[in-house]
Design a protein around this ligand. Structure first.
Ligand SMILES: [Zn+2]
Length: 512
């Protein structure tokens, strides 16, 4: 975690939160959709004290489980294929095959119906059910059965022109790209798609949205858009479609001295098999050294989770896995700010990164919250305060030498540190977005997956930088998960994928 300030912040947020809903709960803003091989449809749920609940009679109807109020078992039993789940009616947990799983809230009786948290379905019913149960809270999907429902994320990479954008499909799926009047459409071969698209477009792309046809993503193009292309590639189980929208053909270009009319800019894809330069090729970008900063260390354990899981230990373990991935696959030099359980100050960490002239700085941490139910990964990049924003404008003018600001009551050192990251806040925000997207494909994200904060360790480094809070150690389920090889590898792989994407972004930026 980043310091005790998070507790006071959380307390403040609680004060600012709306008063608890009426005892009956409220309907969620967007209904939950059940996807199964039989079709799709809404599932009634309600939100009570921050937890989303589903009625047990809905569960028994839809999942074919037998529900009994069982005082002897100390809760409610759900039986399926002669296996039983016991849901506690006073503790936020359930027991499945003798194993305890955490839930956001206990079962609740409202009127004459029992309600349980939605998480019960994947966490407790899932292990004994004969079909896969996948709850995607962020996209409001409950997927039952082996459906291919890839997550589809989109982003604008450069405004241009040419405007460049990327669609990522994870896990990978076959795609095709077509263009029609004012639009480029990506068709995805899947049972359904889980779309997480940016709210706004940019450059020659007015909007990225779900298309009229199922399983499509449509790019609405501006009136100035010229040739539109989409080139799919598949790397490490993720399909990426690099979208390239050329600017308008110059007036008169291509016209003959005889005054023949300029042909309109073609708005169709080149024929299949035509050579299309891959978007992400280009001059080698400057990504030669990466500094990975495992948070805390030595006497500073960071957050202590259940099972004596220390933040400093998980941070170092993931850092070492990530270093191995980067060094073996990318051949990029990796420096750790600490390679063992030792104490290193924040300023020393920044100095290691600055002195090694690193091109990327990633700090790894584990999070903490007063409520045990809070879970998921978060990515933080630097937020500039007013003074920092001034510094950024100064730094933009003075690309070579960093000026020392006079007349400030703050120490010169601190101002210089602030200036160090000020030049990189935009690139760091792009890096944070890529980290969020790639981590989302592999681990649970928190409800606030990307944030900006004035963090000293980020402010001090003179390179694109972000801090990753990998999971909440105050959540017993996440604390247990954090010790597993599977989790540590997933986080390392997600960060690795983001580094690959960021390197590609730098290459595009560097391209003429
Ligand atoms: Zn920390």
């Amino acid at each position: 975690m980043r310091g005790s300030a998070i507790f006071s912040l959380a307390a403040l947020l609680l004060l600012l939160a709306p008063t608890p809903q009426a005892q009956e709960g409220t309907a969620p803003a967007i209904p939950l959709t059940l996807l199964s091989p039989d079709g799709r449809g809404p599932v009634p749920t309600l939100v009570l004290n921050g937890a989303e609940l589903i009625a047990l009679d809905e569960v028994s109807d839809r999942f074919g489980v037998t529900v009994r109020d069982d005082a002897l078992a100390g809760g409610i039993t759900l039986t399926y294929n002669s296996q039983t789940v016991v849901v506690s009616n006073d503790q936020p947990m359930a027991s499945v095959g003798g194993r305890i799983v955490a839930l956001p809230s206990p079962a609740r009786r409202l009127g004459n119906r029992w309600f349980v948290p939605l998480e019960l379905l994947p966490r407790a019913l899932g292990p004994i059910y004969d079909s896969r149960i996948d709850l995607r809270r962020a996209s409001r999907l409950l997927i039952v059965g082996d459906l291919r429902v890839p997550r589809v994320t989109g982003r604008i990479d450069t405004i241009g022109p040419p405007t460049r954008a990327t669609i990522e499909i994870a896990p990978a799926a076959p795609v095709s790209v077509t263009t029609e009047a004012g639009r480029l459409v990506v068709h995805i071969d899947a049972d359904a798609v889980d779309l997480l698209l940016p709210a706004t477009g940019g450059g020659l792309i007015e909007r990225i949205r779900g298309g009229e046809l199922p399983m499509t993503v449509a790019f609405d193009l501006g009136s100035q858009a010229g040739v539109a292309r989409g080139v799919p590639t598949e790397v490490d189980g993720v399909t990426r479609v690099a979208i390239d929208i050329a600017g308008p053909a110059l007036a008169g270009a291509g016209s003959t001295p005889g005054g023949a009319e300029t042909p309109p800019a073609p708005s169709v894809l080149p024929p299949a098999g035509a050579a299309v330069a891959p978007l992400l090729a280009g001059p080698r970008a400057r990504l030669e050294t990466i500094v990975i900063d495992p948070g805390h260390g030595g006497d500073d354990t960071g957050v202590m989770g259940s099972g004596a899981t220390a933040e400093k230990t998980i941070a170092l373990a993931v850092a070492q896995r990530l270093r191995a991935l980067i060094e073996t696959r990318l051949g990029i030099r990796v420096i750790l700010t600490r390679g063992a359980d030792q104490s290193v100050s924040l300023d020393e960490r920044a100095a290691i990164a600055n002195n090694s002239k690193a091109d990327l700085f990633l700090s790894l941490h584990m999070n903490a919250a007063p409520a045990a139910s809070v879970a998921g990964a978060e990515v933080i990049s630097l937020r500039l305060d007013r003074e920092g924003e001034d510094a950024r404008q100064v730094a933009a003018r003075e690309a070579v030498s960093l000026p020392v600001l006079g007349g400030s009551l703050r120490s010169i050192d601190l101002i210089q540190w602030d200036l160090a990251q000020a030049r990189h806040v935009d690139a760091s925000a792009v890096l944070a977005q890529m980290l969020e997207e790639q981590l989302r494909a592999r681990v649970t994200m928190s409800s606030r997956p990307r944030q900006r904060a004035a963090l000293r360790v980020l402010a001090a480094v003179d390179m694109p930088a972000a801090l990753v809070e990998m999971a909440y150690l105050t959540n017993p389920e996440q604390a247990q998960l954090a010790r597993s090889e599977n989790f540590q590898t997933s986080v390392a792989q997600g960060i690795y994928d983001a580094i690959v994407a960021f390197r590609a972004y730098l290459e595009v930026q560097a391209a003429p």
